[in-house]
Design a binder for this molecule. Structure first.
Ligand code: PGA
Length: 253
C-alpha cells in the first residue's frame, strides 16, 4: 500500500514546512506497512526535505522536464530532483495534459528520464467525463499507458507506479465508485502485464480523484487498488494521515 499527497499549486513556504512537519510527526506510529510520500511545489522541495529528514515520509515532485540540462528556460530536470532526494516524480497528471497540452509521447519521455535517474515515476492516466459517457474510458486509459511506458523496461531497480485518476473525479468531490475504480484497475493491471511482463503485474496501481478519509476505506478495500494519490485532502495533515492509517489497517489484514 502506498499513499502519496499531491499538493499541486498550493502552500506558501511557511505552510508547506508546517504541513510537512505535521505529516512526518503523525505518521510515526502505526503506519509501517504503508509507503507515504508528499509532492510539494518545486520551490519548497528543499525546505520540505529538511522537515522530512529522519521520518518515514518520502519526497516527490509533481513534474519534470525530459532533458538533463541546457537552454530550457524555466524547466527542472531529473538530476536536479534526484539531488534533492526525490523518490517519486508524478508524470502525465491530467492537469498537465489538459492545461499544458502534454502528449502521451512526451509523458513517456518523462517517465523514462525519471527512471533513468533512479527515481520512481508515478504515471497518471484517466478519462474525461465525455470519454466515459461515450464509452471510450478504457481505450483512452490503454492509449495513455501505451504512450507512457513505450520503450520502458522494468527491472527491480527501475520501478513504476500507475495512478488511475478519472478526470471527472479530480477536485470535484465526486469519486468513482469502488466498483468502477476496481474495474479500471483490473484493465490497467492486465495491460501492464502484457506490456511489461511479470514486473508490470506487480506495479502498484493507485486510485486518485476526491479520495477523502470517509471514502478511503471502501476504495482501498478493492483487490486491485494499492493506495491513493491524494490532492485536496493532502493539504490537511489530519485528513491525509487519516487516509494513511486507513491504508495501514487494510494492509495488515
Ligand atoms: P483530488 O486530486 O484528491 O483533489 O481530487 C487528486 C489528484 O489530482 O491527484
Amino acid at each position: 500500500m502506498l499513499v502519496v499527497g499531491n499538493w499541486k499549486l498550493n502552500t506558501d513556504c511557511k505552510s508547506a514546512i508546517r504541513l510537512a512537519s505535521e505529516v512526518a510527526r503523525m505518521t510515526e506510529a502505526d503506519t509501517r506497512s504503508v509507503s507515504v510520500g508528499v509532492c510539494p511545489p518545486y520551490v519548497w522541495l528543499d525546505a520540505v526535505r529538511e522537515r522530512l529528514r529522519g521520518s518515514r515520509v518520502a519526497l516527490g515532485a509533481q513534474n519534470v522536464y525530459t532533458q538533463d540540462s541546457g537552454a530550457f528556460t524555466g524547466e527542472v530536470s531529473a538530476p536536479m530532483l534526484a539531488e534533492l532526494d526525490c523518490a517519486y516524480v508524478i508524470v502525465g497528471h491530467s492537469e498537465r495534459r489538459q492545461y499544458f497540452r502534454e502528449s502521451d509521447a512526451f509523458v513517456g519521455e518523462k517517465l523514462k528520464h525519471v527512471s533513468a535517474h533512479g527515481m520512481t515515476p508515478i504515471l497518471c492516466v484517466g478519462e474525461t467525463l465525455e470519454e466515459r459517457k461515450s464509452d471510450q474510458a478504457e481505450s483512452v486509459v490503454l492509449r495513455q499507458l501505451d504512450g507512457g511506458v513505450a520503450g520502458f523496461r522494468m527491472t527491480n531497480e527501475q520501478r513504476l507506479i500507475v495512478a488511475y485518476e478519472p478526470v471527472w473525479a479530480i477536485g470535484t468531490g465526486e469519486t468513482a465508485t469502488p466498483e468502477q475504480a476496481q474495474e479500471m484497475h483490473t484493465v490497467i493491471r492486465a495491460h501492464l502485464t502484457s506490456l511489461l511482463g511479470d514486473q508490470g503485474r506487480k506495479a502498484p496501481i493507485l486510485y486518485g480523484g476526491s479520495v477523502k478519509p470517509k471514502n478511503a476505506n471502501e476504495l482501498f478495500s478493492q483487490p486491485d487498488i494499492d493506495g491513493g494519490l491524494i490532492g485536496g485532502a493532502s493539504l490537511d495533515a489530519g485528513s491525509f494521515v487519516s487516509i494513511v492509517h486507513t491504508a495501514a489497517s487494510l494492509s495488515q489484514k
